[in-house]
Design a binder for this molecule. Structure first.
Ligand code: PMP
Length: 435
């Protein structure tokens, strides 16, 4: 099933040419534009299971999975059936529905830090609302984040924000008032001394800390458990709120997220992606006394016309049900598949003389074209982005769809089979030989 000789993307190119006139940069989210890898984006026609099919009829093994949500495989029959049944009852109520309670219970049961939750419509909304909540709760304004971590595109977070921003080479974004980012402090990932110094210089003034508990937006970078534990201790001592941004890692690296995996419980958690099962959802939650400041329980205002949308709740509920099944067998499957894939690619890299490093935790993985270890964004910047661009296009031509940036993690799904991994490794062998 190789697509090499026949890999034409004429229709994709035509659609993207038209899109350039209609949408800024031809897309509705920057990384999709393939700016850092070149070659032009592939336009999808449909997705199913582990595969994406483009408008020219090419089939790809997909390791982007809609950037995370497609964890049980694309367009799962079960999720679709649940959605169709809900569709008949209406797409949006703008009033309470029982499904919100059901998904809230599932999230509270699963995620150690979450005693109460508020649903919204994206990860960006979840993070900006969590920030407002921690500021309202503490009466403090400063916030600490880590270089290379992305927490959505709210003004306060667009400081050294990794991923799309790193890819485009924008250290910051025009249009963000300097007053909005002045209270944002940046530390170095996996470097607890950089955190201690900032807390020392801003004692009692930091509302909270946002962190990707496993980084996906500077490529895949795991934390050390000691780093997360020390962060927990420092924030507790200072009275600052610790928020794990689990928009990417939540229900992905384990059912209870990174906090369950590492056994470190923050005060607040933001979520998105998987909990919407492919529909637009975000959520933030945490300790009851913190969430009690959120309106209308408390004075911190945050709202949404489509929040708690019955379709999104339905897709999320069915997705979580599938993930819980058979003693959470899906996670064991994804863990095996990512290990096979990453170990296989690193071995092939060695065979063909490329400096490479990488890793995985269950359904999330990544690798860099440089010598390891990569412990922070500053290390990740050593990756050979020109080589990555060739690798990315080569893999695409072989029928493998990888994230179009060196600074993005990869996502496995429950639908990826041994055959898919073998197919991918065969493609990798060929492409790595050609670089
Ligand atoms: N936080 C993290 C860790 C993310 O990875 C993302 C998106 N990739 C966001 C927040 C923002 O989520 P959204 O794109 O749904 O606004």
């Amino acid at each position: 099933a190789t697509t090499t000789s026949k890999h034409t993307v004429t229709k994709s190119a035509e659609i993207m040419k038209e899109a350039q006139d209609l949408l800024p940069g031809g897309v509705n989210s920057p990384v999709r534009a393939f700016k850092s890898v070149g070659g032009g984006p592939i336009v999808f026609d449909k997705v199913k299971g582990a595969y994406a099919f483009d408008v020219d009829g090419n089939k790809y093994v997909d390791y982007v999975g809609s950037w995370g949500p497609a964890i049980v495989g694309h367009a799962s029959d079960e999720v679709n059936e649940a959605l169709i049944a809900q569709l008949a009852k209406g797409t949006s109520f703008g009033a309470p529905c029982a499904l919100e309670n059901e998904l809230a219970k599932a999230v509270i049961d699963a995620v150690p830090s979450v005693e109460m939750v508020r649903f919204c419509n994206s990860g960006t909304e979840a993070c900006l609302s969590a920030l407002r909540t921690m500021r309202a709760y503490t009466g403090r304004e400063k916030v600490l984040k880590f270089v290379g971590c992305y927490h959505g595109h709210a003004d306060s977070f667009l400081v050294q924000a990794g991923s799309g921003v790193a890819t485009l080479g924008l250290p910051d974004s025009p249009g963000v008032p300097s007053a909005s980012t002045a209270p944002t402090l940046c530390a170095t990932y996996n470097d607890i001394e950089s955190v201690r110094e900032i807390f020392k210089a801003n004692k009692g003034e930091i509302a909270g800390v946002f962190i990707e508990p496993v980084v996906g937006n500077s490529g895949f970078i795991p934390p050390t458990k000691e780093f997360l534990q020390a962060l927990r201790e420092i924030t507790e001592e200072d009275g600052a709120v610790l928020c794990f941004d689990e928009v990417m890692t939540g229900f992905r690296i384990s059912y209870g997220g990174a906090q369950e995996h590492f056994g470190v419980t923050p005060d607040m958690t933001t979520m998105g992606k998987v909990i919407g099962g492919g529909l637009p959802v975000g959520a933030y939650g945490g300790k009851r006394e913190i969430m009690d400041v959120v309106a209308p329980a408390g004075p911190m205002y945050q709202a949404g016309t489509l929040s708690g949308n019955p379709l999104a709740m339905t897709a999320g509920l069915k997705t979580l049900e599938i993930l819980r099944r058979d003693d959470r067998a899906g996670y064991k499957h994804m863990d095996r598949q990512t290990k096979k894939l990453v170990e296989g690619i690193l071995e092939l890299g060695k065979k063909h003389g490329h400096a490479m490093t990488g890793g995985s935790i269950s359904g999330m993985f990544g690798f860099f074209f440089c010598e390891g270890p990569v412990n922070c964004f500053q290390d990740a910047e050593k990756t050979d982005t020109a080589k990555f661009a060739k690798w990315h296009r080569g893999m695409l031509e072989e029928g493998v769809y990888l994230a179009p940036s060196s600074y993005e993690a990869g996502f496995m799904s429950m639908a990826h089979t041994d055959e898919d991994i073998e197919f991918t490794l065969k493609a990798a062998d060929k492409v790595l030989a050609s670089l």
